[in-house]
Design a protein around this ligand. Sequence first.
Ligand SMILES: [Zn+2]
Length: 244
Amino acid sequence: MRDAAADQLPSDYIHYAEALLTLAHEPIHLGGEVYGVLGKGLAVGDPEAEAKADCYGMQWLGYVATQLGDNPTDAAAIATWVAEVYYPGLENSDNPEYWSADCVPGGRLDIRADKTGASPSGGTAISIPGPPLVSTTPSSIAECWATDQDSFDPADKISRTSDPSPSLEFVTKLVQPPTSDLTATGTVSAPDGSVSYTTSWTWTAQNTSWRFGAQWTNARTGRYLVTVSLGDGSVCRYAVSFTR
Ligand SMILES: [Zn+2]
């Protein structure tokens, strides 16, 4: 597919590439690279959040493609097309904040360990790095999610709430019951980065699912980041958006 000139590419290819870039981009935000403007105009976070999410995400794109079943050659070809054709077009697009002049091989936003060989915008094939930024392997955590129900059922999971004072439960499910007591910590960070809620517990051998709850009153809108860390090094992170 890389052999085709960009202007002859089927739109499905472009949409596929954009979808992969989105999948690679959003975990960068979940990793903490965020920016927002609060009610009184106070800016918080990193103004380069979108540029970094896109540039860092682009460097993970090939890896993401392989995780979805693409073979390494085609994954590298798509990543290279994004770096050489798609990405430069962002500079003069409607969303130039997604573009950075520093997103070049060896540049400030180059996150590759060796900073050589592969793109972002160089001519050689992109390497396929790993592991993913939001790692679940190796992990004793099978899944984690938020719910506004008194429930351990994954069908009740939510990723956003419009309730101004939501009562939320944060569920964590293990692959198997722990073989010995396991310490666990759950933290919820507010959109301004401050810790809104934190709790610790000891996971005993009887349970594979656990949840902690928190009630918010007149909660600030925005994206809340939930982190569950276990004593064995397993970490699960996700976001819940508070809207109105
Ligand atoms: Zn973004």
